[in-house]
Design a protein around this ligand. Structure first.
Ligand code: SF4
Length: 428
């Protein structure tokens, strides 16, 4: 496969560092992966992948097979007859959906999730969703988005899913007070922690998107201020802005500093008294710093290499460098969204090597030459690198694990410390 590499000349400010841009072979999962955490979050939603047996295998191995619970995701398999154009895929889809919704009255929101095969045969899932919505409205809303692996990364599935929900959000009523919308899937426990902190500061009303139930979809409009909790939601942010909402700029809430600065952005928009902010935030921040200190001892000075995978790389690089004293060898990210990442980019050490996109062989060469202490990468690269003696961390684990906020700062640091400790034990 051909590849392109382009290195922009060094620029002066830390927020505008040189970037290695590569377009070559990539090693990433597809957007179907997002179903694993999205189906846990929206408790009355069902995700029906319109795909192949490969898609079904990917989902089952990523999410685990649920034997006792009624699963809230499934794959409608496109078989050879569909691929050959011998069957009416739309009629079959209608039949599958009708049977599913008759059997499962608790489903209130159904996502038809596109895949590589459905895109290849150009199955129009948006029309299918409209048609099925008409049939099952008002009991069930049917939406669609693409989770295909064609030119995407695994966290884009969530972005596409949330972006598909934005047109479903009601318009803010006239005269509504300013409200805060936290955007990006968070574990319920993290959501509750943030909600308490916002309440104590007097910031609100606060809503979370996606909600836990389909009927709790928040309203949106010019009085909505939103904060991203995840750095991979470019399309969702754009869709919210088109509805009049305004984004509050902040670093992402990882670690003690990241969480404090993220909360400070909301406090500033609500003109919270700085003393009140400190009263609420300082004790939590101190506890997080103490939790980090335990791991800092082990991680300080350790050299870390990020392969592009989750799009969390830049904020996590900021966290490990600024809060754990680690040395950044290379920070790869599938896409570099300069606006959303501005505060994290500005806090990276001067001279940080950033790369956007991937040419996996070239990047592996750079990684082998650098011999970092730890490599953060996708599952496909982790085993080969481990067999070469490198210590790795699966980037997908950083998405599956609650890592946002003060109370999770220590756990986040531990995710980097544990593989290094394991390697040391293996060497003894
Ligand atoms: S959507 Fe594409 S990349 Fe993902 S499992 Fe299906 S075929 Fe594979």
């Amino acid at each position: 496969m051909s590849s392109v590499i382009e290195i922009r000349p060094a620029a002066a400010a830390c927020s505008d560092p040189p970037v290695i841009r590569e377009r070559g072979q990539r090693e990433v999962f597809c957007g179907l992966t997002g179903i694993v955490w999205l189906h846990r979050k929206i408790q009355d939603a069902f995700f029906l992948v319109v795909g192949s047996r490969t898609c079904a295998h990917l989902l089952q191995s990523a999410a685990g097979v649920m034997i006792f619970a009624e699963p809230r995701f499934a794959t409608a398999i496109i078989d050879d007859r569909d691929l050959a154009g011998l069957a009416d895929a739309n009629a079959e889809l209608d039949r599958v959906v009708t049977r599913l919704l008759e059997r499962r009255p608790e489903i209130k929101l159904l996502f038809l999730v596109g895949s590589c095969p459905s895109e290849v045969i150009k199955l129009d899932l948006s029309r299918a969703a409209q048609r099925l919505s008409r049939s099952f409205s008002p009991r069930v809303r049917v939406l669609n988005y693409s989770g295909s692996g064609i030119e995407t990364t695994f966290t884009q599935g969530e972005d596409a899913c949330l972006a598909s929900l934005v047109p479903e959000m009601a318009a803010e009523p006239a005269g509504a007070p300013a409200s805060l919308l936290v955007v990006g899937t968070l574990a319920d426990v993290v959501e509750d922690q943030f909600r308490r902190l916002f309440d104590e500061m007097g910031v609100g009303p606060v809503r979370f998107f996606p909600p836990r139930h389909a009927h709790e979809l928040p309203a949106v409009g010019p009085q909505t201020r939103f904060m991203l909790a995840q750095p991979f939601l470019a399309d969702t942010a754009r869709a919210l802005e088109e509805r009049g909402a305004r984004r509050l700029a902040a670093p992402f809430p990882f670690g003690a500093n990241g969480s404090a600065e993220w909360l400070r952005a909301a406090a500033a928009a609500w003109e919270v008294d700085p003393r009140q902010f400190d009263e609420v935030v300082a004790p939590k921040r101190r506890r997080a710093e103490l939790a980090l200190a335990r791991h800092r001892e082990q991680l300080q000075g350790k050299r870390i290499f990020f392969f592009p995978d989750s799009q969390l790389e830049v904020p996590l690089a900021r966290f490990v460098a600024a809060e754990l004293g680690m040395t950044l060898v290379e920070v790869g990210t599938p896409y570099l969204h300069r606006q959303h990442l501005a505060d994290d980019l500005a806090a990276l050490p001067a001279g940080t090597v950033l790369s956007e996109g991937q040419d996996v062989e070239r990047q592996l060469d750079r990684c082998r030459a650098a011999q970092p202490d730890i490599v953060v990468c996708g599952l496909g690269l982790a085993n080969p690198l481990e067999s070469e003696g490198m210590t790795t961390k699966w980037s997908i684990e950083l998405v599956f694990t609650p890592i946002h906020g003060f109370d999770q700062a220590g756990d986040l640091a531990e995710l980097f410390a544990r593989p290094l400790a394991r390697r040391t034990l293996l060497k003894v």
